[in-house]
Design a protein around this ligand. Structure first.
Ligand code: GLA
Length: 643
């Protein structure tokens, strides 16, 4: 199914009917509205002007569109900010981040919780049973514009409270944090300060707890909205639209309260946001890297426990990246099919029509600015709609043969203590994902502790803290497992385990880490044996009683295997990572298919999809003729087989 993001409040009411009619003609089934409409719903406190939204809902519903209604809490109105300045968030330097754009609130402000609950309840009561509403979107893109963490007085008050609940006494807090170091001990929780604005780096344990606290706040805030909506809108599903490459809160925790996950896919915009090399950025500038969108499709399918939408699909140039090129012809169509191949239930484009005013007037839509005239993206969306009508039901997405254990707390921990400037968790996880996909493997994402039954190959790029639940899941799986460096290297208080890293994983891996070296760019160390390539950025020194499958140049163990549990004691370059995963896939009895760097394969039910990010053509080694597209895929083309 296809959808679109629409802002009735941006257009003369006289245009709504034609807009709705043209949406249906294009093949649009869902329309998301309302997430930024607070000042138009309540221009002054207790002065409500809902009538326009009543009429817009009726127009959309009558046209046969199913509505996703957003709660408008991402844009608190000016009258509220003036009444309650304590709502505003603070940056790390103690500066208020004020009114005039969006996301200008702190998750810790009690006033904000009260005002959010108030407006959500009013809207959910009014529209909860409207026949046109299929589902709800809470707020918009938690964490966007770096707004997960706020560093103000409200955050300090809430953080102290969170610590009281977590550590029954300051003795326990001082002990857990190792506060004796540099005389950082406190005699009361009211002496705790935010881990910022310090002379040199603050205590890593304090930073990790503050990050956990900030993440918990997002999950608790969203749960508050979800519970209110559920009360007044029975039978409607609830989602939140997550972003790409935002890891500063645990999305799995927010997903636990949602019926499905959704995310905002701007494949080309993200090429600039991710630490790619300049060569990669230039190569993928007008198509995106073949794994950027799929990485998130698979991650958010996991966050949504098997269900996800693309709530905002890039339809053309965006406005917020350093450079914003026009996508190569065919890419909006390719990205749509790719999302569907990865299990998306709906792909909804952002936005129906390019706004001729305000911050996003340079952001494409399905229609040209202010007009009833298709953009290139609009025409491609129409083409997909026709093709989808021909293919019919795409079937359910099955469990992938491989899973990545994805851990937000490991991102926080390595951000707090990189030890090597270029040790980036998000990049490591992405490169492991890329390597699995280059072997033609479909991949699921699971949180630490989730059962690993049914997977043949489990990749754990870096799991710094290994909880009891995570250890149990790893002990109980019969998959072949590969742990990456730094796994098990800290306990939950950010302390080095007494038995040395990999801590709780020592038994499973047979390893013991005695030294580690972070390598500056240009310094690398060869690895040879069952896998070969080079260690870059990070190299560990292990003692092991496991089988050594590959060694560093000086003979030290680089890749170890004890039963099904393998450990890679470095940040691998592409060659080493690929050969390691190929070796493990073989041990797992999984058939791999080496695909070129610009090609990807994805299975959904009895369909096999192939995507060519180009420019080179490629002939798919898949039996029979495709039901869509050509066996020899041209650049930016898609092919689908029913097998
Ligand atoms: C995000 C937001 C949208 C819009 C787009 C622009 O996804 O959710 O409101 O700002 O970015 O790309």
């Amino acid at each position: 199914m296809l959808g679109v993001c629409y802002y009735p409040e941006h257009w003369d009411e006289g245009r709504w009917e034609l807009d709705a009619k043209r949406m249906r003609e294009l093949g649009i089934s869902y329309v998301r509205i309302g997430e930024f409409a607070w000042s138009r719903l309540e221009p002054k406190r207790n002065h409500f002007t809902f009538e326009w939204l009543d009429r817009a809902l009726d127009v959309l519903h009558k046209a046969g569109l199913k509505v996703v209604l957003g709660t408008p809490t991402a844009t608190p109105p000016k009258w509220l900010m003036d009444e309650h300045p304590e709502i505003a968030p603070y940056d790390q330097n103690g500066q208020v981040r004020g009114f005039g754009s969006r996301r200008h609130y702190s998750f810790s402000s009690q006033t904000w919780w009260r005002e959010s609950a108030r407006i959500v309840e009013i809207i959910a009561k009014r529209y909860g049973e409207h026949p046109g509403i299929a589902g709800w979107q809470t707020d918009n893109e938690y964490g966007c514009h770096d707004t997960t963490v706020s560093w103000g007085p409200e955050d300090l008050r809430a953080f102290r409270q969170w610590l009281r609940l977590r550590y029954q006494s300051t003795d326990q807090l001082n002990e857990a944090w190792g506060s004796v170091f540099w005389s950082m001990e406190v005699n009361s929780f009211d002496e705790v300060e935010l881990p910022c604005r310090t002379v040199t780096e603050p205590n890593p344990a304090a930073r990790l707890d503050f990050w956990r606290f900030s993440s918990d706040q997002v999950a608790a805030y969203d749960k508050m909205q979800v519970e209110i909506i559920r009360k007044h809108s029975p039978g409607r599903w609830i989602t939140h639209n997550f972003m790409g490459f935002v890891l500063d809160f645990d999305h799995f925790k927010v997903g636990e309260n949602l019926d499905l996950a959704s995310w905002d896919s701007y494949p080309i915009g993200f090429v600039e946001k991710f630490p790619f090399t300049e060569a990669e950025r230039n190569r993928w500038a007008e198509t995106s890297h073949p794994d950027i969108a799929p990485f998130h499709h698979d991650l958010y399918r996991g966050v949504g426990r098997g269900r996800f939408w693309v709530m905002e699909q890039q339809p053309g140039p965006v406005n917020w990246a350093p450079w914003n090129p026009v996508p190569k012809p065919g890419m909006v169509r390719l990205w749509t099919w790719e999302a569907l191949a990865h299990g998306a239930e709906v792909v909804s484009y952002f936005r129906w029509r390019q706004a001729p005013f305000a911050q996003e007037q340079m952001h494409a839509g399905l229609n040209l600015p202010g007009l009833d005239e298709w953009s290139v993206g609009g025409l491609e969306a129409g083409a997909v709609a026709e093709e989808m009508a021909k293919l019919g039901d795409l079937g359910a997405i099955g469990k992938a043969p491989a899973a990545i254990v994805f851990d937000y707390a490991s991102y926080w921990s390595t951000k707090i203590q990189p030890q090597g400037r270029d040790f980036r968790y998000e990049e490591l996880a992405f490169r492991w994902y890329e390597a699995l996909r280059r072997l033609g493997l479909d991949v699921d994402f699971v949180p630490p502790g989730a059962p690993l039954d049914g997977y043949r190959l489990v990749a754990v790029p870096c799991l710094m803290q290994v909880s009891d639940a995570a250890l149990a899941a790893l002990e109980n799986t019969d998959a072949v497992v590969l742990y990456g460096a730094r796994s098990g290297s800290r306990d939950r208080f950010f302390r080095i385990p007494e038995n040395l890293p990999p801590g709780p994983l020592a038994g499973l891996t047979g390893n013991r880490l005695t030294q580690l070296s972070s390598l500056r760019p240009g310094i690398e160390e060869g690895v040879a044996g069952g896998a070969s390539g080079h260690a870059i950025r990070w190299r560990e020194y292990l003692e092991t009683n496991a089988e050594v499958l590959a060694r560093f140049e000086n003979g030290d163990p680089a890749l170890t295997g004890k039963g099904k549990h393998h450990y890679l004691a470095c940040w691998p370059d592409e060659a080493l990572l690929s050969s390691t995963l190929k070796l493990l896939a073989e041990r797992a009895g999984i058939e791999v298919l080496d695909v070129p760097s610009h090609i990807r394969i994805r299975r959904r039910g009895n369909l096999v999809f192939a995507f060519n990010y180009g420019p080179e053509e490629w002939t798919a080694p898949i039996k029979g003729d495709p039901i869509l597209g050509e066996k020899r895929l041209k650049a930016q083309q898609v092919a689908v087989w029913r097998v």
